[in-house]
Structures are given as structure tokens and as C-alpha cells.
Write a new protein. Sequence first.
Length: 261
Amino acid sequence: MTDSGQVMTTHEDSQSFERARNETISYHRLYYSRHQLFEENSWLAKPDAGLMKLIEEELIGRIGAGKNKSPLQLLDLGCGVGRNAVPVAMALAQADIEAKVLAVDVLAESIDILAKNCATYCVDHIVAGLVADNDQFEIEAGRYDLIAAISVVEHCAGKARVLKLLKSIAQGLKPSGLARIEMTTDRNVIDLGTKQAVPTHVETPLSERQVKEMLAEAFTESDFAVLSLEVFPYKEVLDKDDKKILWQSKQVSFSARRKET
């Protein structure tokens, strides 16, 4: 520890993180160059089902069409090219609910494509893109009606920062505000040709147990009602270095509502 209480990282830790971050960035750049928003047989085909359920049942259902006095404030962390931000904005616009969606991603290219997608689907007046890294982005306390963080929190630099971000998400919600979080755990990658494990890098490797413990610490029972907590397997076949690679993992899916004060 330093005198300021910050955790010191070794040169090897820093190198490992940079290697993992570069792998993450390379994967998404390639994917977005090959696939369009809402393209069938891609993970951009549909938004997160749990998030859309919150929008339809908890926001639209609770507020009612055109009845909110001020615009809802939503935050989409790790927004990519708008897989969630665009359909969320479309659903709110269709329900005549005024809202503003701040969509944040570390990749400038993603935000550029997001802007084009928002214009294509006529929600550019609702969604604003911002280039920012989760490790530096500050979430204003008590500002948001909903915060979504789908497959992004684990890309923080270490477990301490993962927990810090989860706590910031919790603190960023208004009373009755909603959190929707999905995190990848227990990652396993195999070369389909040789059936051997492939070395892979992730910014912060996490287990299902660790994620559940962090969620419980950030979203305390006294302040939050857990609406759902599910774990499901995920598989994807990727092309990497002229090989077919099988990616296997677990996805921890979590929704919560901040209690009224």
C-alpha cells in the first residue's frame, strides 16, 4: 500500500493488464467491423433481455406513457455500438417517455458507430455517446433512474476497481432506481482443432462466487431489493490466429432496485 492508501501494482501486473486490455480492444474492433447492429446470428442481434424487461415493466409500466415530469436519466456503461442503448431509447420513445441516455465506451470507434446507429434509428436526440474508461469515469451519486453495465465491469483493472465500480453504480441510483449488471466469470478457451486450452487474457479474472460476493457487498440488503440473480453458461466459436476457438464461460446476471428512503 502507498501512504495514500492506493494499492501498488507490479510491473508484471501492469503488463498483464495491458495485454488483456489490448486483446479486449482487438476483439471488439474486429467484431464491429464484421457485424452490424441487430444483425442476425450475432450477439448484436438483440439487446439484453433482462434489461428490456426492466425498461418495460419497471420504468414504462410504473411511469405510464407521457407522464414523467422530467426526463429519465439512464447510463449505459460499455455501450459498444448501441446494442442496448439504441433499443432502450426506441422503447422509451415509443412509450412517449422523455429520457436521456448517456452511453459510455472506451473505444472511440464504438462511439462513432453508435452515433450513426442512433441517427439511423431516430434516437440521436435521446442518446449521447461519451468516450471514457470505466476506471476513470465518475458516476454522479443519486443521478440515474437506471444504470446498465452488461459484460463490462470485469474489464476494470483488478478486483478492487471492479468492486469500486459496482459500489459507484449502486450509489449512482436515485431512490427506486434500477441496476442491470451482467458479468463474465470462469472463462475457459479451447482450440477446437487440438482440444487444448488456449492462453487467454482478461483484465480481471473472476469466479461466480467472487462476483456474487461483490454484488452483495455493493448492493446491500438494507438499501436494495434484488429483482433477479441468475447464472447461465455461454459459448461462442471464434476465429483467432487462423484457428477455431471455443470460448466458454458463465454469465452472472443481476437486477436490483434501490429502496425508497
